[in-house]
Design a protein around this ligand. Sequence first.
Ligand code: BGP
Length: 478
Amino acid sequence: MGMLPEGFLWGGALAAHQCEGAYDADGKGLSVSDVLTDAGYNKDRLIHNKVQEGYYYPSHHAIDFYHYYKEDIKLFAEMGFKCLRVSIAWTRIYPNGDEIEPNQKGLEFYDGLFDEMLKYHIEPVVTILHNDMPLNLVSKYGGWINRELIELFERYCITIFTRYKEKVKYWMTFNEINNMLKYEYQLLPYLSGGLILDEQLENETVIYQTMHHQFLASARAVIIGHAINPDFKIGSMTGFILNYPETCNPEDTIESNKTYKGLYFCTDVQVRGYYPSSMKSYWRRKHIEIEMQSGDEKTLLAGVVDYVGFSYYMSETVSANPKAESNTAAKKILKGVKNPYLEISQWGWTIDPVGMRITLNKLYGRYQKPVFIVECGLGANDKVEDGRIHDTYRIEYLKSHIGQFKKAIEEDGVDLMGFTPWGPIDIVSASTGEMKKRYGFIYVDLDNKGNGTNQRIKKDSFFWYQKVIDSNGENLGN
Ligand code: BGP
């Protein structure tokens, strides 16, 4: 096999609310993630929409990256990271989301963070909004269903683009923007769009109207970003769960295609700049009418992204047979039926490295724009033995996925920019609020309630990933 392209962006990916902690430090406001308890997959995680006495809120302290980032970045540098994906907490810059002037302390924090990365030649890759919109924009404005948020988001983008234009080149607008569509899992439209919905959604228009505002906001961000610095590379970010038809029964393929329509919908809008006809016909059939203003279509077209970012963890399998036994292993995150060919993780997520190659082919084949794997990884409950963590399962997981994306590049001709596995240091889980669902190359000594020393320990995978990066993916330790 040949070498991966020079400049391939090896690194890792984090989100502010899952690592920073310091939830009220230096003027930071509350975000939607700051009011989620540690109640696992349980929907009670979001009962309050405010902070209450007597509950534990994992984002409040997380792994205290806010104070530890220098040590942590040093460890990433030791692994040889070429880039680090982080997100900016909107609430550090505009604590309530609707102030006129930004919070200087918040801006200074990210100056320090980016400077520290650049010191080690680690390229910052920055998500503008990763599940932590200001809580005030939910209580006062009702979330992204309110069109006024576009302007507030623009203000935030102008501030950060201008401030960091010499430090950050790679941006992503909304994390997993398609999560809005998974409204049966109430947590997701809340985190993505600030919507408080019943489990049984009465009116789908709410979802699509909210997404329309986010698409516009994303497009505006791209337009503004390119005007501020034409060298910016601004991408989209979709949570891509590949899906297979259960059998070669054509009806199963029709079922699978339905799922793909949902999957491609957001990237179609953000990469091509217009709504796909399949979505328009769906709206017609369901009597969904989206309020659009004149100029919206133009904005979407002018604000297409430079690259296609996506997260890849697993695949699902769908059946047209209504009697087929549904896959309940991953609670509401995976749909469909069990795939007998695939193992699952301790959290019920399928492990499907070949699916990664298929995904890369699908996305690159469809859009012909550079693709970027900005999340991937195995959440596992690691055990510390004599001060060491022998996480061979994680190494195997990542090795097999890297092997597959190399084939996608070398055999299938996919233009892949980089690979940033999720949580290179252990952080709080987004879906469950647990600390024990660990992805890191670096262990953090904290439990689900935040007890522990916060000490960082290098796992076996740390040394393995270091060799992978050093050899630009040649040495996978076979
Ligand atoms: C993605 C989110 C991340 C991240 C990851 C892993 O959907 O973008 O924020 O947390 O999933 O999920 P979890 O933390 O639930 O294991």
